[in-house]
Design a protein around this ligand. Sequence first.
Ligand code: ADP
Length: 312
Amino acid sequence: MPHKHIKRASSKSGAGGEPGGTVAEEGGSRKPRTASGPDAAPGLVTVAPGQASGGSAFDLSAVDADADGGLDKAAAKEALIVERARIVSLQERLYAERARSLLVVFQAIDTGGKDGTIRAVFEGVNPQGCRVWPFKVPSAEEAAHDFLWRYHARTPGRGIIGVFNRSHYEDVLVVRVKGLVPEPVWRARYGQINDFERMLVAEGTTILKFFLHISKDEQKERLEARIATPEKHWKFDPADLVERKSWDAYQAAFSDALTRCSTPHAPWHVVPANRKWFRNLLVARTIADTLEAMDPRFPQANGDIAGMRVPD
Ligand code: ADP
C-alpha cells in the first residue's frame, strides 16, 4: 500500500483538531491497520472514546474541512483505485465467509457529500453483497415504533456490507434541532444508541461511522452550484436554505453526537470533506483497512474438490 508519501492532515489548532480528537500519525506501516488505532488512515480524525463520561466535548470547529493530507487530486485519484480494489477483493471473502458483517454509517450536513462518497467508494463492489439504505423523514409506520426500529430492520446480515445514508443519528440531530420530541427523550437516545451498537458488535457486526465535515462556505458554494446548474436542480431542495440558517445548532448537535457516541466498540471518524477526492480516499482506505483487519476467510471446501472430475 503506497501510504508513505501521505502527510497528516493540517488543522487550524495544530495537532489534529484537539481537544477532543486524536489524529493518526504519518502512515508508512504495511501491517493491517484498524480504523480507530493509532495507525489509522492519515488525515482522518478519530474521536477519542470516553468523552461522554466527563471528558471535554469534541470540538468540530477545530477540524480543518479543507485538509488534503498534502496530496494532490491526481495522486489521490490513483490511490483511490488501489483502495477500491482492496475493498472489492475483501468483500468477496466477507461474502463467502458469511460469518460477520460490516455496517458503514454516513452522516453530514446537507450537501456534505454522502451520496457522492457512496458512489465513489463502492464502485465495483458486488451489489449482491452490499445494501445501501437512505433514511428520510420516517413513514407513519416507522414513526409509530421506537426510533431504532427502522434502522435495526436494515442492519446487514452475515456476509453483507450495509451502508446507512443517514442513520439512527438523525434522531439526535434533526430531531433535536427541530425539537421534534421533548429534550429528555432525545437526551436519553445517546445511551440507547450506544447500547444498540454494542449489541450489534457483540453479535458480529463491525461498525464504521463517518462524519463528512464541510465548512459553511463550502456548503454555500455547493448550494449555489445546484441553483446555477440545470442538471443539478433535482438535487436542490429550497428547504436546504432554511436548514442552513440552523447551521450552528446542527454543528452543536453533531459535536454532541460525536462526543457521546464515540465508543471503543464503535468510534466516530471525522472526515475533512471540502475536497471530494481526499474525502473519498480517506473513507475508502478506512473501509479497506477495517476489512483487512477483520481478515475474512474463504470457507474450507467440503472434501477434495481439486481432485474432482466433471463428467462428460
Ligand atoms: P438526503 O438529503 O439524505 O439526500 P432528502 O433530501 O430526501 O435526502 O432528505 C432527507 C430528510 O429526511 C432530511 O431532511 C433529514 O433530516 C430527514 N430525516 C431523516 N431521518 C429523520 C428522522 N428520524 N426524523 C425526522 N427527519 C428525518
